[in-house]
Design a protein around this ligand. Structure first.
Ligand code: UDP
Length: 491
């Protein structure tokens, strides 16, 4: 029989910015722990990265990048609306190439290595012994099962959002879904266990809302409920969270899964966190921040996908200006409807024509920005990654949630952790001004944010809950990898 090769994990994220960042941090942590990793990009994202080769901390001989097609044309619009297209396209067009890649990289490479009598795999593609697939790619786990490669599921969003998707059948059964036409979004929801006093209808995943009076819920809801149920059946389920943030949700998920690992916030775990921006980062804003007083700047960013109307743009802009604080604003080129006109007028105005009050960038090095002493608060769409990045740095947040799990994250910020304020889905200049001022000036909110940051640092430090769980996960990966090897050799 073959000597036991080093475990080699194929990490396969759903190929959008937030998921890529999160699973790349996980990759870095695995590589640091001595595990071989192949990180699977899409061809499209590799092209977007261009010369800026995907990087994960310092280059390591244990780290490889490969890619598969996503099945969409390169010029397909890549903001929020395309997620459904991408989801479907991946299942249809990527499954085959992924299966070929996995087959080639697991059993065949190992068999070839055996035939050559080598301890190390031959060729430039060492054998994959374990797959860690994004929870949205349940077909990637099916394929791994078919090929006899052990698979682990990684959900990049909060534990509570998973719990909500797992509760969808019960929400229907108890009549809490569909929402009544014209019903009150502030009504409490009782069918998500442990969340009875926290969640209101508005906080549930956005797909729970009626798209119109005739359709009961967004058709995507059932698909998400299904992949969530699939995730819970996996050999192991990994979440980028911690009991400090989500003890109750984790306790209610645990009985439904075979093995649960809460190893977040992952970007704080690795000493050299990865960076892989699909848009080019404008690092110039760091020098601008250097010139600003401590805690004086509002950082405003709505993540990689959200789009806003011109009215929303105008209200947000006016609200930020009215606070009187300098602000750093991420305005992606595809973010505002009718953006051509914007670039000509408002963006220049926002940049202040050289005044120091505002700085607009297309994409910021967000984690560095949040670490900067000049940043006083973060106006965010409350995507899970942005939410984690803010709490790790102890930066108060003003949440303007758009879709998916963002309402729920905002609710946790505003009502559970109290590390910021929930603006809900209202964006008018007066609300922006008032809420940002409060987040900038409230000692209570800053105190809660800093206390949370301290606790999270303990969680990811050696001996902390997330670090310990991560070690246990590496142990499981080694065990499963040994099994994978045995199975291949027996064949
Ligand atoms: N991000 C960034 N620069 C920006 C805006 C966002 O690097 O100007 C990163 C941010 O740090 C986070 C990710 O993009 O890691 C966004 O993920 P999130 O889950 O917050 O939101 P999504 O983009 O999925 O809606």
């Amino acid at each position: 029989s073959a000597a036991m090769a080093a475990p080699h994990v194929l990490v396969f994220p759903f190929p959008i910015q937030g998921h890529i960042n999160c699973m790349l941090h996980f990759t870095t942590a695995l590589v640091d722990a001595g595990v071989h990793v192949t990180f699977l990009h899409t061809d499209h994202n590799i092209r977007r990265l261009g010369g800026r080769a995907p990087s994960a901390g310092p280059g390591s001989p244990r780290l490889h990048f490969l890619s598969v097609p996503d099945g969409l044309p390169d010029d397909h619009p890549r903001s929020e609306a395309y997620l459904v297209d991408l989801y479907k396209s991946l299942a249809a067009a990527t499954r085959g190439p992924y299966r070929d890649l996995l087959a080639r990289s697991s059993s065949l490479a190992t068999a070839a290595a055996d035939a050559a009598g080598a301890d190390e795999p031959t060729g430039d593609f060492p054998p994959v012994t374990c797959v860690v697939a994004d929870g949205l790619l349940s077909w990637a786990v099916e394929v791994a099962d078919e090929l006899g490669v052990p698979a682990i599921v990684f959900r990049t969003a909060s534990a509570c959002s998973l719990l909500a998707y797992l509760s969808v059948p019960k929400l229907f059964e108890l009549g809490e879904l569909p929402f009544p036409v014209g019903g009150d979004l502030d009504e409490p929801v009782r069918a998500v266990p442990g969340m009875e006093t926290i969640l209101r209808r508005r906080d549930l995943p956005s797909q729970c809302r009626r798209p119109n009076a005739t359709d009961e819920v967004n058709p995507g809801l059932r698909a998400l409920a299904k992949v969530s149920a699939d995730s819970s059946k996996a050999r192991a389920l990994v979440l980028n969270t911690t009991a400090t943030l989500e003890r109750t949700a984790l306790e209610h998920i645990a009985p439904h899964v075979r093995d649960l690992f809460a190893i977040g916030p992952l970007h704080a775990m690795s000493s050299s966190p990865a960076s892989c921006s699909l848009l080019r980062e404008d690092g110039g804003c760091m020098a601008w921040l250097d010139g600003q007083p401590d805690r004086s700047v509002v950082y405003a960013s709505l993540g990689s996908l959200a789009t806003i109307s011109r009215e929303q743009f105008t209200e947000l802009f006016a609200g930020l200006l009215a606070t009187g604080y300098p602000f750093l604003w991420v305005l992606r080129p595809d973010m505002v409807a009718d953006a051509v006109a914007l670039q000509d007028e408002e963006v220049r105005a926002a940049d202040g024509g050289g005044s120091s009050k505002a700085r607009v960038v297309a994409w910021a090095p967000q984690r560095e920005v949040l670490r900067h002493r000049a940043v006083g608060c973060f106006l965010t769409h409350a995507g899970w990654n942005s939410t984690l990045e803010a709490v790790v740095e102890g930066v108060p947040t003003v949440c303007w949630p758009f879709s998916a799990d963002q309402q729920m994250n905002s609710r946790f910020v505003g009502a559970v952790w109290r590390t910021g304020l929930d603006m809900k889905d209202v964006c008018d200049r007066a609300v922006v001004e008032r809420t940002v001022r409060e987040a900038m000036e409230s000692a209570k909110i800053r105190g809660a944010a800093q206390a949370m940051a301290e606790q999270l640092k303990c969680d990811v430090a050696a001996g902390g809950s997330s670090a310990t769980e991560f070690q246990r996960l590496v142990g499981l990966i080694r065990e499963l990898s040994a099994l994978s090897e045995t199975r291949v050799v027996e064949r």
